[in-house]
Ligand binder design. Sequence first.
Ligand code: GLC
Length: 750
Amino acid sequence: MRGFLLAFSVIVLLSSCKQDASNSTNGKDAEIAKKVEALLVQMTLEEKIGQMYQMNQGQKDSIKVFTAETIRKGGVGSFLNAEDIAMRNELQRIAVEESRLKIPLIFGRDIIHGFRTVFPIPLAQACSWNLDVVREGSTVAAREGRASGYEWTFAPMMDVCRNPRWGRVAEGYGEDPYLASVMAVAMVQGFQGKDMSDSNSIAACAKHYVGYGEGEDGKDYNSTWIPEAKLRNTFLPPFKAAVDAGVATIMSGFNDLNNEPASGNYHTLKEILRDEMQFKGMVVSDWASIAEMISHGYCENEREAAYKAIQGNIDMEMVSKSYIHELDTLLQESKITMSHIDNAVRRILTLKYKVGLFDHPYTDTTRRSVVLSQRHLNIAREAATQSIVMLKNENNVLPLSKDIKKLAVIGPMADDSANQIGTWAFDGRPMDSRTPLAAIKEYLGESRVIYAEGLAFPRSKDKSGISKAVLAARSAEAAVIFVGEESILSGEARCRAFLNLPGAQEELISAVAATGKPIVLVIMAGRPLIFHHSADTVSSVLYAMHGGTMAGPALSDIIFGLASPSGRLPISFPRAEGQIQIYYNHNNTGRPPQLDDEGLPIGTPLDPKGYRSRYLDIPTTPAFPFGFGLSYTTFEYSDIKLNADTIGMKDTLILTATVTNTGNTASYDVPQLYVRDLFGSITRPVKELKAFTKIMLNPGEKKEISFNITPKQLGFYNNQGNFLIEPGKFNIWFASNSADNKHKMFFVLK
Ligand code: GLC
């Protein structure tokens, strides 16, 4: 009885404090709303429109007279990139001490994958398939960013992307809407914490709304053609997830979306984001993306651009001045109403209250000690370790023995402290980086390491250093070659038509491989590259992307077996650019390729062989599939069961399975669950990731996994934008990656 009473009281207590918590949240929101209204009624039109303008204050030089004047008259609401705290606090001082209403400024920055402690690029973090690691990394970034003068980050970027030619594939979470959704939510939670006014939190920004990653042919800022069903089934889910997770802000994109640019697209901005998703937060444009609608040919002038943006409920204009120049005229001409402006200003002021700026407008300069703390570096090291994907390990060359007599460390990325931190790492400093060379020397001792860069930098075509690299390999028991891309080759406006290893890196690899020594190839890039020729000549391949400040120790831990590789690919790796777009969750077509169908047809033109959706001159499969990654051990999946082979609309399908570590090394595994809706009122993908987990198993250890699938998770949008859950037949896989079909089962949704 006692136990029951105790349990009961705990439940009552929890529910009441949960109740209190939610009341206090609602209470807090109501309180803020009151304050916002009280402020709004005092504001002039000019002051309201001023809040809707964000200026860039990037340069380190002094604050311009014009800028100070603009702040004084309430002509600006936010800055991005005010790079040092003194400048930031001076801008704020002018606002809160010298303007009429003393409304604080909010300061934003691209804190994309870390601030001073730089984490792996988001595409690499997605390789970790570990939401805790990703969330904790964003918490570190928030702590350092807030201590450095920013209350708002323009992250997470959640643009689903199936085209590695696009430079910004580096910044997102790959090709899958489900993985991108859960990654984005983890980042939002990490950035925003429980209370955005906390000095360890910053407001997050879901970007770029919407469809930016689908630029045709992979060029940046390019046109996107996304029919309603594809928009809602592939590109919107991460934003829906972020909105439901309470993301504070959203950024509209540059792309022309079905002939209506994303920053003026009424359907996506108003009808979907505001009306359907009920997003109450603040929407900021991308850099000048409102004014750029003139260049798109969608708006004749700033007045039309301002009109279409405010109709779409974009609240703040980044850098361009359409709102500043034209909103008052639009109002006078009754093209818009004051409520358009008031609603925008309400959302801006609400955000400023929520991040605590009215109570604490200044950055506390005493908190800088959190930046680059050992604890943060350790968290970054763990993130980098879990982001490394092992793609090949012939004869178990890896892990190398710590007793190796001599190891050759070769390649232009072995000691490149700048490029290893990757794109969009404004506040990272190369001097803080721990490179692979340094980490390996620290682990083995200088005397057992022989280093030869081979090439001065990744794009170099000067092969004069290759012979020295070959000699180094010859004199050692094994060689690790670090190659990849400079960070400038990925990120915004950094798109590539060819995905090869730049420069003479392939020649370097083949020259070193010709020595016959065991070779480990490590690729540090901002995107999937095409390197299978090189991969064929080496024993082992580790894909580390750009791993951030602690990329070196993470790679050293993996290379010497202090940690087992546990990364899995968040994006399909093409065999050739000609295969793009190649992604796992594609439709089946009426003539899907048959594996026995490979190669050139040999019959007459009437020969039925070969009339399939495929190329004549390359396999239909990617070089490495979505979800793929090896580890230093092996795993066995067994006892895979469904709780039912038929479920109703109110039931939950439960898949249970046992995962056993059948090798002799402790390692994480990432069991994945995929489904296929065999027949639908519209065609459905051949596979869709619906769940995964990352579990650590010691040698011989078994763990039972269970995944719950609800009918809602089997639903989809049709071309009319209706969400449907259709009865029907489904396949379901418990798999180690998207190409693993061993454990396929079947169920019916009634
Ligand atoms: C850039 C990017 C956007 C970034 C913004 C501010 O052009 O598209 O992602 O947040 O401008 O730097």
